[in-house]
Design a protein around this ligand. Structure first.
Ligand code: AMP
Ligand code: GLY
Length: 424
């Protein structure tokens, strides 16, 4: 098979790695890819939002299967564009990707189908949102821009003043663009946050092993929100009991709800969960693999990813016995100092050869570029260092050891990825 992966970050590197392990695959393309992906796939210089060019490329190269990584093209309908020309493609159609693309849609879906989530109200009008806050809000409270906002459209406000300023930021100043035409105001929840990604075929849903992300830039969950500074898998807080609850009350209900709405969900459903004292609730849905969750979940998956993806497309996921290794993985993101605000790039990265021929260690490139035979930093998140171990503590030790093998001028990382393991 010839496979095309769309995207160019750490998540796509983890997907390409897994695809490359499939005996069914003879050729991998990745658009646009990055310097790490280039070792496994032929990188094609087409941006992820240029659907016509991507479709034409897939046709010309007789690509058998295209896998979409990022949220933007999914929400904008890349899967519909591929399907319209008869190409085989993995990801939710536009009418299903809306589960990530609109927070108002996903909250209304959960309310209608009794899927546990935080209480909320939706607003199209800043004045009404402000009145609501004055009248009835308890603090802290959570404000969310309706649409995609690079993971930054969520504001947690501790006081009425902060919340009013937040409404202005989202709805009037339009800091997140048109994503702020509507807004969700919701109850603040406390608890452990867990990510569960699941394969879906429109009818059946099979969750993968759990993971936890670290979204803030600095140790101790301080600093600004980022795309994710590190992950570990499995989560020790996501017990078999919680899993059984989620299977029945969240995963299966969500699949059935989307079907009932005529929006059959085929692809990866990412459930962002909060384990609260009142039970487990949905924080948000995403319509794709998480980044950097994929970097700890996929290396632990035993199945051939192509077989699982084909079963999703064909509606036969119930026939797949999804299996994960009985071990753990930790991913520590090496970033450019100053991320997510401002940072320099273009520094040479050294030490990557250490990862070759070493089982259970991976350097998943996120922001890198190849120039004159060298690999240079080319983004805020540069490389995710993943290591496996027999348990979480061993995996964490391995991952932090491996971070030492890699050097570049403004290398920055958190030193407490997986610290929560010690509290479990
Ligand atoms: P989201 O994009 O909806 O996942 O929100 C980003 C982050 O904001 C989440 O990962 C949580 O850490 C936090 N968050 C979102 N909604 C809530 C909530 N209702 N209560 C507490 N924290 C939240
Ligand atoms: N790691 C969170 C996300 O991919 O949205």
């Amino acid at each position: 098979m010839k496979v095309l992966v769309v995207g160019g970050g750490g998540r796509e590197h983890a997907i390409v790695q897994k695809v490359s392990e499939s005996p069914k695959v003879e050729k991998i393309y990745c658009a646009p890819g990055n310097a790490g992906i280039a070792e496994l796939a032929e990188c094609v210089d087409i941006p992820v939002m240029e659907f016509e060019r991507l479709v034409r490329f897939a046709k010309e190269q007789a690509v058998d299967l295209t896998i979409i990584g990022p949220d933007d093209p999914l929400v904008a309908g890349i899967v519909d564009a591929f399907e319209a020309t008869g190409l085989r493609v993995f990801g939710p159609r536009k009418n299903a990707a809306i589960i990530e693309g609109s927070k108002a849609f996903s909250k209304d879906l959960m309310k209608k189908y009794h899927i546990p989530t935080a209480a909320y109200e939706t607003f199209d009008d800043a004045e009404k949102a402000l009145q609501y806050l004055e009248r009835s809000a308890e603090f802290p409270i959570v404000l969310k821009a309706d649409g995609l906002a690079l993971g930054k459209g969520v504001l947690i406000c501790n006081t009425l003043e902060e919340a009013k300023a937040g409404v202005k930021t989202i709805m009037l100043d339009k800091q997140f663009g048109d994503s702020g035409n509507r807004m969700v105001i919701e109850e603040f929840m406390t608890g452990r946050e867990v990510s569960v990604l699941a394969y879906c075929d429109g009818t059946h849903i099979k969750p993968m092993t759990s993971a936890q992300d670290h979204k803030r830039a600095k140790d101790g969950d301080q600093g600004l929100n980022t795309g994710g500074m590190g992950t570990f898998s499995p989560s020790p807080f996501y017990t078999a009991e919680i899993d059984a609850f989620c299977q029945k009350e969240i995963y299966e209900k969500t699949m059935a709800a989307m079907k009932a709405e005529g929006r059959d969900f085929v692809g990866i459903l990412f459930c962002g969960l909060m384990i609260t004292e009142q039970g487990t609730k949905v924080l948000e849905y995403n319509a794709r693999f998480g980044d950097p969750e994929a970097q700890v979940v996929l290396p632990r998956m035993k199945n051939d990813i192509i077989e699982v993806i084909e079963a999703c497309i064909d509606g036969t996921l119930d026939k797949i016995d999804l299996q994960f290794e009985d071990n753990a993985a930790v991913c520590v993101v090496l970033a450019s100092d100053g991320y997510p605000v401002s940072y320099e790039k273009g520094f040479e990265i050294k030490g990557l050869e250490q990862f070759k021929e070493r089982n259970g260690y991976y350097a998943f490139h996120a922001g890198t570029i190849q120039k004159d035979g060298k690999v240079l930093t080319n983004g805020g998140r540069v490389i995710g260092i993943t290591a496996k171990g027999d348990d979480l503590k061993q995996a964490r030790n391995h991952a932090y050891q491996a971070t030492e093998w890699v050097s570049f001028e403004n290398k920055y990382m958190r030193h407490d990825i997986g610290k929560a393991i010690d509290e479990a």
